[in-house]
Write a protein of this length. Structure first.
Length: 183
């Protein structure tokens, strides 16, 4: 069985302060893929305090986003409503949090932890499919760490949101050249 990592499909990246192109379509494509494949599903979430160092207000480069407990940090509700099998819906054991340390910029979901302190990297199968938001940032960094750790990686192309379409396409080309299969 393969693992699917659904990277940061949270409202701030869909319709909020860092809304990405194709984000809503990506969510729909990911749900269709989940419902039609026998895979183990993991979700990552950016999970920041209001004091996070990556925020412009605190000297960083990003607008305030994915603040713990706020709407922008929630996963898209369709994952709860439209994923058919309960075991594949977001829940305590398959949601992994990253960006908790205010001083560390953490794009990759690879070291994210669930509420029981299990790291995502320890929950994955050898073959991993990655989808989510944003292609050029958190998805890319997650894929690079997976490759470095020796995983076989595929990217669900229709399941990606992105900041800039040109950079997104360059990113996909680069990842293909590194051995990632685009599906």
């Amino acid at each position: 069985m393969k693992s699917l990592i659904v990277v940061d499909c949270q409202y701030d990246f869909i319709d909020g302060t860092l809304a990405c192109e194709n984000a809503e379509n990506a969510v729909n494509s990911i749900i269709k893929y989940i419902n039609s494949n026998d895979i183990k599903v993991h979700y990552s979430k950016d999970w920041h305090s209001i004091h996070n160092g990556s925020f412009k207000d605190n000297g960083g480069v990003w607008p305030v986003h994915c603040v713990q407990g706020e709407r922008g940090a929630r996963l898209h509700e369709d994952f709860y409503k439209h994923v058919e099998k309960d075991v594949k819906r977001p829940k305590e054991d398959n949601v992994f949090y990253k960006g908790i340390d205010d001083e560390v910029e953490e794009y990759s979901a690879y070291n994210a932890e669930n509420s029981q302190k299990l790291s995502l990297k320890d929950a994955l199968e050898d073959e991993v499919i990655v989808a989510g938001i944003a292609s050029e940032y958190c998805v890319r960094e997650t894929v690079l760490e997976l490759l470095e750790a020796g995983h076989m990686v595929e990217i669900l192309k229709d399941g990606l949101g992105y900041v800039d379409s040109e950079d997104h396409l360059k990113n996909l080309q680069d990842l293909m050249e590194r051995g990632v299969r685009i599906i």
